[in-house]
Design a protein around this ligand. Sequence first.
Ligand SMILES: Nc1ncnc2c1ncn2[C@@H]1O[C@H](COP(=O)(O)OP(=O)(O)OP(=O)(O)O)[C@@H](O)[C@H]1O
Length: 299
Amino acid sequence: MIDVRSVRKEFADIEAVKEVSLHVARGSIYGLLGSNGAGKTTLLKMLAGIYKQDRGDIFIGGEPVFENTNVKQKLLFLPDALYFFPQATIRQMAQFYRDLYPSWSEERFTRLQEAFPLALDKKIHRMSKGMQRQAAFWLAFSVKPEVMILDEPLDGLDAVMRQKVKNLLVQEVAERQMTVIISSHNLREVEDLCDHIGILHQGEIVLEKEMDELKTDVHKIQVAFRGGIPSSFLTGLDAVYKEQRGSVLLCIVRGQKEKVEAYIHQFEPVIFDVLPLTLEEIFVYEMGGVGYAIENILV
Ligand SMILES: Nc1ncnc2c1ncn2[C@@H]1O[C@H](COP(=O)(O)OP(=O)(O)OP(=O)(O)O)[C@@H](O)[C@H]1O
């Protein structure tokens, strides 16, 4: 659904996006992670057709997005700095969206009032930051877009509202195959939402993973042997990290769980545990493998 091919964007003194390619399938939620200044907003603004890329191609639903009204009617971009017309109320903004998007659903708008308890006729600029964000989501979900491009969308929402918004997103994806790309500087914030994660660092995607693959194919193991670690033990393991604590060896290994276990049992360990691994730990080790310290990239 979203196809980004070798895209670059330079500003006067900086190359904000360098040679980025990525693909987001229809009905998928892609998490674009990266620290401040990594290039997330610049990339998302190109996806939304606000900036034109200097090089490369961007297709949404097979069509180039820049200055393409047909594509723009199908996508909704929620910027990190929200914009509403000065003095506008939610009712007035709804009228604007209704005129702009053929997919606008009046029924959805009415029904979502339960989820977003905001006054329709209050001026949005007099609302709190979190309430303004709720208003933006209320309008966004009422548009029923095919593609949502969300730039740090959960910032400023309280925990209950975050969960509500996440549930609504997942529901839209499950029910009508909406496609979502969501940026964040916080892995924990989006890990339960996304099926793919890409890490952008200094304008480049340095790691891209499917969540299912991540969770099933990396294991943290703890082993000890009578008489020390056999010299050939590590040669048959794809260890991305190892640490010895006394006689116990702690390793993070890649591979199918059954195969890893069968291999280790051959060495008759006296201690052998497979410990749970958080997604953050997986990224820390994977990033170490490609030469980056994730602590500097994700807070
Ligand atoms: N309009 C602009 N003119 C000049 N430089 C820009 C412009 N927009 C972004 N940049 C630069 O491009 C780089 C990437 O910025 P961008 O806003 O895309 O990062 P980001 O990952 O969204 O960061 P944050 O998490 O802080 O929002 C930064 O160095 C920034 O200063």
